[in-house]
Design a protein around this ligand. Structure first.
Ligand code: PMP
Ligand code: GLN
Length: 406
């Protein structure tokens, strides 16, 4: 690949993301793509019709930089219905180009070079890149599997705070672990934020994709947190329209104004007709989202049952599109080598979770599978994985020999 002329602070980010890379490899190999997290079916027909209608009605010019007023009102109404939080749609809600832009604008706008941000490891890939763009140091707190669930050491979290800490960046429900941060974890994060006067930025793009009767709770609902929390979400996952890139941030005006200030120079505004459609979706299509949630839980169960039946270890998943499996079930201790072998030899694309880990040793054996795919594709992929695992247990693979010399 051509070496780009790129600033030193971005050297680690040159080249396509792991998601683009795996999707391209899957397309070349004709593999079942359980890599990049996008659904392979469309959102509610009524939502799609609302977008077409908005284009037909001439909503094709710039939106206001803060987003269409009807969308900001619909977002505020949802926050009240879902989390009993009240936001003023004029000053406390801003629409962005996906959650990705809201995250970028928050980090760039709230931090100075040399500041520190506490993140939970593994972390979504855009966090590290945005922190590098803003010349901010990321301070990871590891989520470790304790035999039951992924969780963190409270003392490690407390120790992560220094005089340079500007904010805590929290993703719940969490990609790639499928974890929903529980009451006691949220309470600890809130306590530390308040004790050190820290801002919290929460990425809640999977807020509606939580299974088994569990509930997602926004950090902003904890006592004292609304005034210091910027809550970020997106229509992409909620309505299966990841290509529309309509996201938003809600919070006190002092934080929302920061996001607005930066985003007006990043994109200014995007996707006017899609914004109109998402306003419709948030008001009218939530029953469809309830069905999506139930369907995704069934797909998770289908995939996990097929894998477990042949002895492939999977980790618990309470939410999101993703379940992780253990590369060691295939005789590999390195998920990255396994993912490359799976595309080539098994016809399945997955994401090596290590790509999202700061602590590479901790994530080395984990592989992320996206189950937001048609059941037929999930079954095909699971059977291919099962066949590959049984071959692997019959004979040691080349990849295994290589990794044992690392
Ligand atoms: N945060 C997380 C945790 C994600 O998994 C994703 C991918 N949807 C995003 C942010 C980006 O969201 P969007 O596509 O709305 O920019
Ligand atoms: N959020 C998607 C995932 O985790 C990827 C989105 C992207 O490709 N940037 O798979």
């Amino acid at each position: 690949m051509t070496q780009p002329l790129i600033a030193e602070r971005l050297h680690d980010f040159a080249g396509p993301t792991i998601f683009s890379e795996m999707t391209a490899l899957a397309q070349q190999a004709g593999a079942a793509n359980l890599g990049q997290g996008f659904p392979d079916s469309d959102g509610p027909p009524e939502l799609l019709a609302a977008a077409a209608d908005a284009i037909g009605r001439g909503l094709n010019q710039y939106p206001p930089a803060t987003g269409l007023p009807e969308l900001r009102e619909a977002i505020a109404a949802r926050r009240t219905a879902d989390q009993r939080l009240t936001y003023d749609p004029r000053t406390e809600v801003v629409v962005t180009a996906g959650a990705t832009e809201a995250i970028a604008a928050a980090l760039i706008g709230l931090c100075d070079p040399g500041d520190e941000v506490i993140v939970f490891d593994p972390l979504y890939d855009s966090y590290s890149a945005c922190l590098a763009m803003a010349q901010v140091r990321r301070v990871p707190v590891l989520l470790e599997f304790d035999g039951t669930r992924f969780t963190f050491d409270p003392e490690a979290f407390r120790r992560a705070v220094t005089p340079r800490t500007r904010l805590v960046l929290l993703n719940t429900p969490h990609n790639p672990t499928g974890k929903v941060f529980d009451e006691s974890e949220l309470a600890l994060i809130a306590e530390v934020c308040m004790a050190h006067d820290l801002v919290a930025v929460t990425d809640e793009v999977y807020e509606h994709l939580v299974y088994d009767g569990l509930r997602h709770r926004s950090l902003a609902t904890l006592p004292g947190m609304r005034e210091r929390t910027l809550t970020i979400s997106s229509a992409g996952k909620t309505f299966s329209c990841t290509g529309w890139k309509v996201g938003w941030a809600c919070g006190p005006a002092r934080l929302v104004t920061t996001v607005r200030t930066v985003k007006q120079y990043l994109t200014f505004g995007t996707g006017t007709p899609f914004q109109a459609a998402v306003a419709h979706g948030l008001t009218r299509c939530m029953p469809w989202v309830d069905e999506l949630r139930a369907e995704l839980a069934r797909r998770r169960d289908l995939l996990v049952a097929e894998l477990r039946a042949v002895g492939i270890t999977t980790y618990p998943c309470d939410a999101t599109y993703f379940v992780q499996m253990d590369a060691r079930s295939f005789g590999h201790d390195d998920g990255e080598t396994l993912c490359r072998a799976l595309i080539r030899d098994a016809g399945v694309a997955a994401i090596p979770s290590v790509a999202l880990y700061d602590d590479k040793a901790a994530g080395r054996h984990l592989v992320r599978l996206a189950f937001c795919k048609e059941p037929g594709l999930l079954t095909t992929a699971a059977r291919r994985l099962a066949a590959y695992a049984s071959d692997a247990s019959a004979a040691p693979r080349e990849g295994q020999e290589r990794t044992s010399n690392d």
